[in-house]
Design a protein around this ligand. Structure first.
Ligand code: SF4
Length: 310
């Protein structure tokens, strides 16, 4: 760790950017089945590292490992927000505590999970502390506006839909999300949550269908899974693996079998778009007698893969 004055701080920032770029470059996997567009260069400080810069003093972790209690405020535009909730008097103002930073709210066809195909209102929150190699919502990392829960509920009700999907970004970074999901359920809506799997789902309303990612070795975020989420192995919860390689496929098979996911939950295998052939994954599931359910991102086949708000 390095500690120092303002001059050192500027130097440390340059080091952080360099380390973050190295990290991004090292996490990139060669395409195995499809040619893939080159990964966009990040010109931002890696949030895992940036989150450790606190006030006028700072700590620079050389390990680039995620600290146990990450400060997410800089990602979301809050002053400070830790993974367990509000972080004392120096954290968000009271006004912000009852608000969420929302990237977009839109009405479309659900493209994932066992609810695929249903007309659904999507609430996409802003901010994510991870950087998966295949992320298709990078625009949600920072952009968004603060909305009260009442404003969000009014926007949802305007669509007169029965299904609502809370997605991101990582929705569970913002404490007010739990009350929002509860209030959506109270209105009789079918609510689903798409989460990275890195945050504990214990405070999620039990009426919410959880779609929990399990990040594979080639996702770029291989350590991003909270083992506590294995407490939600049940017939309602769905566990999703985005498969980026053959190695990922066998890793997912082993994980799902070892943890007993196949017997109690829906296990979804989704081919990393533009990286893994859908047919290859289908054949792999068949030839290996897997109990996983092939999931294609339906919306990417209906509309252009890069279209937002669908
Ligand atoms: S968890 Fe989701 S939003 Fe966050 S980087 Fe990964 S794919 Fe993107």
């Amino acid at each position: 760790m390095i500690q120092g004055n303002h001059t050192d701080f500027v130097g440390a920032l340059a080091s952080i950017e360099s380390l973050a770029k190295d990290r991004a470059a090292n996490s990139w996997q060669e395409p195995i089945l499809k040619s893939r567009p080159s990964k966009p260069k990040a010109n931002l400080i890696d949030p895992h590292v940036a989150s450790q810069i606190i006030g006028s003093s700072y700590i620079l972790s050389r390990s680039l490992e995620r600290p146990p209690n990450v400060v997410y405020g800089s990602i979301l535009g809050f002053e400070s927000l830790d993974s367990s909730g509000y972080n004392g008097p120096q954290t968000m103002t009271d006004a912000k505590k009852s608000q969420l930073k929302i990237n977009e709210i839109f009405f479309s066809i659900q493209g994932e999970s066992s609810w695929s195909g249903y007309p659904t209102v999507f609430i996409r929150t802003s901010g994510c502390h991870l950087r998966c190699s295949y992320c298709d919502t990078t625009y949600a990392y920072h952009d968004g506006k603060f909305m009260t829960i009442d404003e969000i509920l009014a926007a949802v009700e305007g669509y007169r839909a029965q299904y609502v999907c809370v997605t991101g970004g990582e929705p569970l970074l913002q404490p007010a999300i739990f009350l929002l999901m509860q209030q959506l359920c109270d209105r009789g809506l079918h609510v689903s949550l798409e989460t990275s799997g890195d945050k504990d789902c214990v405070d999620v309303d039990p009426r919410v269908k959880k779609i929990i990612d399990i990040k594979t070795p080639d996702s770029g975020e291989p350590n991003a899974f909270s083992q506590s989420n294995l407490n939600f192995i049940d017939t309602v919860t769905e566990f999703k693996f985005v498969i980026c390689s053959e190695r990922d496929f066998y890793w997912a098979e082993n994980f799902a079998r070892e943890k007993g996911l196949f017997s109690k939950s829906n296990v979804l295998y989704s081919p990393s778009f533009n990286q893994v052939e859908e047919k290859w994954l289908a054949q792999k599931i068949l030839s290996e007698n897997s109990s996983a359910r092939l999931q294609l991102q339906l919306h990417k086949y209906i509309w252009s893969p890069s279209t937002r708000g669908v």
